[in-house]
Design a protein. Structure first.
Length: 367
């Protein structure tokens, strides 16, 4: 009997152990196996799509399409008399197009001088498809800027942040009437700042970008990814030279300074020294001393401010009002930003001699 009890107890323990093992295998092992299994690397997720729609929505309503008509002379010769010289037969209205940016609710619009130069009629197409006649308040060929006015109130205005300084590598968006397609948006980066490579303009401090700037984009907006206006698109590099994706925009701080003067007085008053300049590379002089960094004076207008201050061709300008100078284009900008009648201190090097002189600026004459 005792042996039977022991046998039954043994079988019972075996059954209980089996049931426990079965419970572990069936119910606990999958979870335990999941915890013990080596973690697999997470599948790589494709990056989320980056959208600049908010930036475009913020500025695009303030970008307008500008349409102009200019008179173009048509010359010809009387076919019945081949000896007759060419003569003016008639004038025809030639349409052209560009862009502009609204910078005040009461209708002041910034665009390029070359967009509206010699235009007989100017009309502006707004974001809401309204078209209205515009008039030129003033124009500044030196910076290729012009101010238009439309007689409307409550217009959308492009946001400007004075602290939004563009940096090389920043993503930017160009908005304009590209090839007649209003509010076309293209994207690129800031390729460079402080460019002065367009011989047709007197004052240059361009933002260079690879955002597409086509015919019709002139006068349009260059914005950052926050939708803030940082420049007015003005030109692209010469494609005949093999250039691609090289466009230029006028920095908005320079553009708004010009605009304010045009609105106030109808013109831009800027200082003029009466000389032309060129960049120089520091070199050693015959006596072995180093030539200080500065800009070279090429020509001096007789009886102009520079001439009267004793500046002569071949001199080296080292500083203006105590600030060193090394770039001719930036020196020209610094002079132009001073009002006529103001006095500037110039440090001049002539040979081994260095001296200070003072010049009183006058109004810059028209080109």
């Amino acid at each position: 009997m005792s042996r039977l009890n022991h046998a039954l107890a043994f079988v019972a323990r075996a059954v209980i152990a089996g049931l426990a093992l079965a419970f572990v295998v069936v119910y606990l092992w999958p979870a335990l196996e999941e915890r013990l299994r080596p973690a697999e690397p997470a599948p790589s997720q494709p990056p989320g799509l980056q959208s600049y729609a908010d930036a475009v929505d913020r500025t695009a309503p303030a970008v307008v399409s500008v349409y102009t008509s200019t008179l173009e002379p048509i010359f010809g010769r009387n076919q019945a008399d081949p000896d007759e010289p060419f003569r003016l037969y008639r004038l025809i209205a030639r349409p052209s197009e560009g862009s502009g940016v609204i910078l005040s609710e009461d209708g002041y619009i910034l665009t390029n001088h070359h967009v509206v130069n010699q235009a007989l009629r100017i009309s502006v197409a707004l974001w809401d498809d309204r078209t209205i006649t515009a008039r030129v308040i003033g124009s500044d060929p030196a910076t290729d800027l012009a101010v238009l006015k439309v007689e409307l109130d409550g217009l959308p205005v492009a946001p400007i942040n004075p602290e939004a300084e563009p940096r090389v590598g920043d993503v930017v968006l160009a908005i304009g009437n590209s090839l007649g397609l209003s509010h076309t948006v293209s994207m690129g980066i800031v390729s460079a700042i402080g460019r002065n490579t367009l011989p047709s303009l007197l004052l240059q401090d361009f933002i260079q970008t690879d955002a597409a700037i086509n015919i019709g984009n002139s006068g349009g907006a260059l914005i950052n990814t926050r939708g803030e206006l940082i420049g007015i698109n003005t030109s692209r590099a010469d494609e005949a030279r093999g250039a691609e994706n090289i466009g230029f925009a006028i920095p908005i701080d320079l553009a708004t300074r010009v605009m304010e003067q045009i609105i106030e007085s109808g013109e831009v008053r800027r200082g003029w020294l009466g000389a032309s300049y060129g960049n120089l590379q520091p070199t050693a002089q015959p006596d072995g001393s180093a030539l200080r960094e500065g800009i070279g004076v090429r020509e001096v207008t007789r009886d102009g401010p520079a001439w009267n201050a004793g500046v002569r061709p071949g001199d080296l300008i080292l500083s203006i009002d105590g600030e060193p100078v090394s770039d001719a284009a930036r020196f020209l900008l610094a002079i132009s930003e001073r009002v006529p009648g103001s006095q500037v201190e110039l440090e001049i090097q002539r040979g081994s001699e260095t001296f200070q002189t003072y010049a009183t600026l006058i109004q810059q004459p028209p080109r």
